[in-house]
Design a protein around this ligand. Structure first.
Ligand code: BF8
Ligand code: SF4
Length: 692
C-alpha cells in the first residue's frame, strides 16, 4: 500500500489481491498489451486536481491554489480554497446523481412501455412489489388491472424527475424524525432534475461562493438520488424482473468457458441484459451455437449489469470494474455488450486486438471501435437474439485463449423484502431478531461495504480487508456494486464463510438463516441499504433514526462520481461514511471540516476520507461502539456468545441438499443451498401463503 501511494506506481504483485487478475496482468505483459493497471503506472494523479485545489469553472483560469500558503490564496475572481473545493465536490455529486437517476428514469420509461403493452418480452413480474410501490406513491390498487397500476406508477416515477412543485415522494420512506429534520434544514429534495440543475447553476462562475451553502445543496441533491432516482430504479427493476431472493452462483474470470460461446454484459442496466439471459437459454440459439462448434452459450457479467442479473437469475459474474479489460484478454469472449457507466474507452482498441466484438447499445454511450446495436425496449427480444447470433458467428474466429482457473461460489440475491421475510415470515416480516441481536451485543453493529475498484490502490484489498475484519468482530456486513464482487471473489460470499465470523454473529446468522455478508445488489441498490437501516431504526430499541444506529458505510476503493453521490446521501441520511483512496477536498481544511464535524452537527452523518486500511477499520469500530454507548447498550464482549451454534443442523441439511434436487428452500436457511440451486421468486414468495 505505501509504495502505491508515494509515487502512484504499483508494484506488479500489489496491483490486485485477486490471483486471477495477477495471472491476467502477467499475460497482458507477455502479450505487450496495456491495461488500466499498467497505464496508471505512467499517469500519476495530478496532486492539485486530486485534492480539490484546481478550479476550471471559467476561462480566466484554470486557477490552481498551490504552495504552503495555498489556503490563503484565491483564484482570479477571489474564490478561495473552500469555495473551489466545495464547488468541485458538489459537481461530482451532481454527476453521480444524474447518472443513477437517468438510469432510474429509463427504468420508469420501460415500465411505462410495458404497462401500455408496447414492450414485447417484458411484463410486470413482481405484482406484490408493484402493489407496495403503488402504496408508497398513494396510487389506488383495489379492483384495478396490473398494467393500469403499473402505468400510474411509471408516470408518478417520471414526475419525480421534473415535477414543478412538491417533494420527492420517496423521502416519506425515511423516519419521521429524518423527514422533519430535512424539512427544517431545507434539505428535502424537490425533483431530481431540479436538484442537479441547481447544483450546476450554483457552481457556475460567480453564484454560490459560500462553501457551507454549496455543500448543503450537495446534500439535498444527493438525497434526490438515494431517496429518488436510485430508489426508483431499484423498485422498478424489482417490479419488472422480480425482487431478489437468495440464489447461488459463481464469480471471477474462471466462469468463462473454453468450449462455449461467451457473452459478457457490462454496464448498469438490467433491461437488455434480462433479455440476453432469456436468449442464452433459448434452445434454438443454443442449437445454433452447437452447430458453430460450441457446447452452448455462456452468459456472464461485469460491473453492475452483472449484479442485476446475478441477483435475479444467478448469472455468474466475471468480475468487477478492473476486470473489464482482463476479460477481453482471455481471448475467450465472443461479444461484450455494454450499456452505460463504468465502461472504459480502452475496450475499443483492446477488443480490436482480439476477435471480441464490442457492442454498444445505448444512444447515450457510443465507443470508437464498437459496433452499435441500439437497444429499443419495443423490440428487445429481437435485439437480444441478434446479439447472440453475432456472438455465435464470432465463435469460430477465436484465437488462442487464456482463461485463469479461478471461480468462487457465492450466494447473492438479498433484498430488504427477503430479510424481512427471513426474520418473521411473509405476513409478519420484521427486523426484530436482528435488532435484538444488536441490542444484546451478539451483533456489534452493521457495516455497508460498497463501491468501486480504483487502480490507485491494490484491487479489492481494502474491500476484502474491511469485510474480513468486520465479520471477525461480529459486525454484520452488507455489500453492493463492485465491492460485492470483490468480496465474492475472495470467498466472503460463499456458504463456508460462516466459520470466519465472530461467535455472536455466527450464532445469529445461523438462527436467522442468513450469511454474515449479504449481497444487496448493484450500486443503485444502495437504496436497499437505506430501506434496511430505516427499518432497523423504526423497529425499536435502537433509537429512532439512522444516526442513532451502530452502523457505518465504507467505500474503500471509490473511483467515480456516483460513489461520491452515494456517500453524500448516506451522510445526509444520518450515516457515518468513510471513503478510502484520497479526499477530493483534501486541500481545504474548511471544506473538510464542513463535511465531517459540520455535517455531523447538522444531519448526524458525515463523510470522511481515510486512505489507510488499519485506520479506516479502527475508525469504523470507534464509530460503531460510540453509537452503542450512546444507546446505552452493553459494550461489545465477544466471549459471551457462541455456544449455541447450529453447525450439526446445518451440516445435515447441506448433506441432504447435495443429494436432492429442487428442494424448496425459501423459509429455510439459505446457507445450505445446493450448488446451482436457484429458483424464481418473481411472484414475491406467493408459495408461502400458509405462513399467516
Ligand atoms: O455502479 S461500484 S466501478 S460498476 S460505480 Fe462502477 Fe463503482 Fe463498480 Fe456499478 Ni458502482
Ligand atoms: Fe479562477 Fe474564479 Fe474562474 Fe475558478 S471561477 S477558474 S477561481 S477565476
Amino acid at each position: 500500500m505505501d509504495d502505491v501511494k508515494k509515487d502512484g506506481a504499483v508494484p506488479a504483485a500489489a496491483k490486485s489481491i485477486d490471483p486471477a487478475a495477477l495471472e491476467m496482468l502477467a499475460h497482458a505483459d507477455e502479450c505487450g498489451i496495456a491495461t488500466a493497471f499498467s497505464r496508471a503506472d505512467h499517469m500519476k494523479p495530478c496532486p492539485i486536481g486530486e485534492s480539490g485545489a484546481c478550479c476550471r469553472i471559467c476561462s480566466m483560469g484554470p486557477c490552481r491554489l498551490v504552495g504552503k500558503d495555498a489556503e490563503q490564496k484565491t483564484g482570479i475572481c477571489g474564490a478561495d480554497m473552500s469555495t473551489i473545493a466545495a464547488r468541485h465536490f458538489a459537481r461530482q455529486v451532481a454527476g453521480g446523481v444524474a447518472a443513477h437517476s437517468d438510469h432510474g428514469r429509463d427504468m420508469a420509461m420501460t415500465l411505462r412501455a410495458v404497462a401500455k403493452g408496447e414492450a414485447a418480452g417484458y411484463k410486470v413480474k413482481d405484482e406484490q412489489k408493484l402493489a407496495a410501490v403503488a402504496g408508497y406513491m398513494g396510487i389506488a390498487t383495489a379492483g384495478r388491472e396490473v398494467n393500469e397500476i403499473a402505468l400510474d406508477v411509471a408516470d408518478k416515477a417520471l414526475e419525480q424527475f421534473g415535477q414543478p412543485h412538491g417533494e420527492i415522494i420517496y423521502t416519506r420512506r425515511a423516519t419521521p424524525k429524518r423527514q422533519k429534520l430535512w424539512r427544517e434544514l431545507g434539505l428535502t429534495p424537490r425533483a431530481v432534475d431540479r436538484e442537479v440543475t441547481e447544483i450546476m447553476h450554483r457552481t457556475h462562475e460567480g453564484v454560490d461562493l459560500d462553501a457551507e451553502n454549496i455543500l448543503k445543496s450537495a446534500l439535498r441533491c444527493s438525497l434526490a438520488d438515494g431517496w429518488g432516482g436510485a430508489m426508483l430504479s431499484t423498485d422498478i427493476s424489482d417490479i419488472l424482473f422480480g425482487t431478489p431472493s437468495p440464489l447461488s452462483s459463481e464469480v471471477n474470470l474462471g466462469v468463462l468457458k473454453d468450449d462455449q460461446v461467451n457473452v459478457i454484459v457490462h454496464g448498469h442496466e438490467p433491461t437488455l441484459s434480462a433479455m440476453l439471459v432469456e436468449a442464452s437459454r433459448d434452445p434454438e440459439l443454443i442449437a445454433e451455437a452447437q452447430a458453430a462448434g460450441a457446447k452452448g452459450i455462456n452468459l456472464a457479467g461485469i460491473c453492475c449489469t452483472s449484479n442485476e442479473i446475478l441477483m435475479r437469475y444467478g448469472i455468474p459474474a466475471a468480475g468487477n470494474f478492473l476486470h473489464q479489460e482482463l476479460a477481453v484478454l482471455t481471448g475467450a469472449v465472443e461479444v461484450m455488450v455494454v450499456d452505460v457507466q463504468c465502461i472504459m474507452q480502452a475496450l475499443g482498441p483492446l477488443t480490436q486486438r482480439f476477435h471480441t466484438q464490442l457492442i454498444t447499445t445505448s444512444p447515450k454511450a457510443k465507443i470508437p471501435g464498437a459496433v452499435h446495436v441500439e437497444f429499443d425496449e419495443h423490440r428487445a427480444p429481437q435485439t437480444a437474439a441478434e446479439i447472440m447470433r453475432m456472438a455465435i458467428a464470432n465463435y469460430p474466429n477465436r484465437g488462442p485463449i487464456h482463461i485463469p482457473d479461478y471461480h468462487e461460489p457465492l450466494i447473492a440475491g438479498f433484498s430488504h423484502e427477503y430479510l424481512n421475510y427471513m426474520q418473521g415470515g411473509f405476513h409478519r416480516g420484521s427486523f426484530r431478531p436482528l435488532n435484538d441481536a444488536i441490542i444484546a451485543g451478539r451483533v456489534r453493529g452493521l457495516a455497508g461495504v460498497v463501491g468501486c475498484n480504483n487502480v490507485r490502490v491494490t484491487q479489492d484489498e481494502g474491500i476484502v480487508e474491511m469485510i474480513k475484519r468486520f465479520i471477525a468482530q461480529d459486525v454484520m456486513v452488507v455489500v453492493t456494486g463492485c465491492a460485492a464482487t470483490a468480496g465474492a471473489k475472495a470467498g466472503y460470499l460463499s456458504p463456508e464463510i460462516l466459520d470466519s465470523a465472530g461467535p455472536g454473529l455466527r450464532e445469529v446468522m445461523e438462527a436467522i438463516g442468513i450469511p454474515p455478508v449479504l449481497h444487496l445488489g448493484s450500486c443503485v441498490d444502495n437504496s436497499r441499504i437505506l430501506t434496511v437501516l430505516t427499518q432497523v431504526a423504526t423497529e425499536g430499541g435502537l433509537g429512532e433514526d439512522i444516526d442513532d444506529l451502530p452502523a457505518v458505510g465504507l467505500c474503500p476503493e471509490w473511483m467515480c462520481e456516483k460513489a461520491i453521490a452515494i456517500g453524500t446521501y448516506f451522510a445526509a441520511s444520518g450515516a457515518h461514511v468513510i471513503f478510502g483512496v484520497s479526499s477530493p477536498v483534501k486541500a481545504s481544511t474548511e471544506a473538510t471540516r464542513l463535511m465531517t464535524t459540520g455535517w455531523e452537527e447538522m444531519v448526524g452523518g458525515d463523510l470522511e476520507f481515510i486512505p489507510d486500511w488499519d485506520q479506516m477499520f479502527a475508525r469504523s469500530l470507534e464509530l460503531i461502539d460510540a453509537k452503542r454507548a450512546a444507546l446505552k447498550l452493553p459494550a461489545y464482549e465477544p466471549t459471551q456468545f457462541g455456544d449455541s451454534g447450529d453447525s450439526l443442523y446445518f451440516a445435515a441439511i447441506r448433506e441432504y441438499l447435495a443429494a436432492h434436487d429442487e428442494v424448496e428452500t425459501v423459509g429455510a436457511p439459505v446457507y445450505p443451498l445446493a450448488e446451482g440451486h436457484s429458483h424464481d421468486h418473481g411472484h414475491g414468495h406467493s408459495h408461502d401463503e400458509g405462513d399467516a
